[in-house]
Ligand binder design. Structure first.
Ligand SMILES: Nc1nc2c(ncn2[C@@H]2O[C@H](COP(=O)(O)OP(=O)(O)O)[C@@H](O)[C@H]2O)c(=O)[nH]1
Ligand SMILES: [Mg+2]
Length: 322
């Protein structure tokens, strides 16, 4: 993997000055800071260290679900709802698939134009960037920057329920799973993991047939899942495009927030995701340290005659034990 060192190429950046401007809420500097952390370096690390004491005030929300379910539409509607109540909103869309198709993450630009023009809303797509440093880690670091800059609400939009998405959404306070009527094996797929992590379920496109059926299916599965759990995930019908049901989803998010704020649940949740991040960073650094030129060369030597000598596991032991 190529190691990017923008510091060595770009003119020296005044990191304490950039950090101060981020903390002052200067959005140009916030955008610059996010670009910086998309390529991990000593400078990006210094910036993240400087802002850390100011991180942790924002409410973090995840919106996930299959492509086309209406996640972007709902995200922008929620942003609009929060803006009406006052808070500044940061949106981070993590969608590797759109890098391939080149598709617009926020498709209905005309309809949503007004919210995108709002200076109180900062939207960042991480479809193609930050892959070198780990997309999930980048997304959470970008959220830290928005958090430190004073944005009170941060919404992550991610597709699907793969490992990347789980990495992103394990660092949110409240996770919204968006699905649609007649999603075929959606309930089936959700049983495979999504049901356990979702805090709020939204059956979007309730203007289409069978939405109520989908809602009933989900509720039945959820009831079996955790009949005595202290938080019972609600299932809400919505029509994000026309704004129907958005207020109800908003109310569920706030109810979940109150639930988390009671009994110190939120501290525990955040401790867990910070611990997860520490592990991820340690893993990355250990891997970086391990794969020296010497070891890469030895690996090549050991594999000169790949199928007649040591097995892959033996080669690994050989490298690890020296
Ligand atoms: N019929 C219907 N279409 C919707 C609704 N909400 C969003 N859409 C449309 O569904 C398409 C995909 O929405 P989008 O938010 O981009 O989905 P995403 O891929 O999950 O982010 C867009 O054309 C939206 O206008 C809805 O409630 N009903
Ligand atoms: Mg989208």
């Amino acid at each position: 993997m190529p190691i990017h060192t923008p510091d060595s190429l770009a003119p020296a950046m005044d990191i304490p000055d950039l950090a101060a401007k981020v903390l002052a809420g200067e959005m140009k500097s916030v955008a610059r800071a996010i670009r910086l952390v998309e390529e991990p370096s000593a400078a990006s690390q210094a910036l993240l260290d400087l802002i850390w004491p100011h991180v942790g005030r924002a409410q973090r929300i995840g919106v996930t679900g299959p492509p086309g379910a209406g996640k972007s539409t709902l995200t922008l509607q929620l942003a609009r709802r929060y803006r009406a109540a006052g808070p500044g909103v940061g949106i981070i869309a993590v969608d590797p698939s759109s890098a391939v198709s080149g598709g617009a993450l926020f498709g209905d630009r005309l309809r949503m134009g007004e919210i995108e023009m709002d200076p109180g809303v900062f939207i960042r797509s991480m479809a193609t960037r930050g892959i070198g440093g780990g997309l999930a880690l980048c997304a959470t670091e970008a959220a830290d920057i928005l958090d430190a800059s004073g944005k009170e609400v941060i919404i992550f939009e991610t597709v699907g329920i793969g490992q990347l998405e789980l990495d992103v959404v394990s660092a949110v306070d409240t996770l919204i799973m968006v699905t649609l009527p007649n999603a075929g094996d959606m309930v089936q797929a959700m049983k495979a993991g999504a049901l356990e992590v979702g805090d709020i379920f939204v059956v979007n496109k309730a203007d289409l047939a069978d939405a109520a059926l989908m809602k009933a299916d989900l509720e039945a599965v959820l009831r079996m899942q955790g009949p005595s759990a202290p938080w019972q995930p609600p299932v809400e019908l919505a029509q994000a495009r026309s704004g129907i049901g958005v207020d109800a989803v908003f109310a569920h998010i706030q109810a979940h927030r109150s639930y988390l704020l009671a009994n110190g649940r939120i501290e525990q949740k955040r401790k867990n995701w910070i611990a997860g991040r520490v592990q991820k960073i340690v893993n990355q650094r250990l891997i970086g340290r391990f794969w020296t030129q010497d070891r890469k060369k030895r690996l090549e030597d050991l594999l000169r005659d790949p199928f007649s000598g040591l097995s892959a596991s033996q080669v690994a032991s050989n490298l690890l034990d020296d």
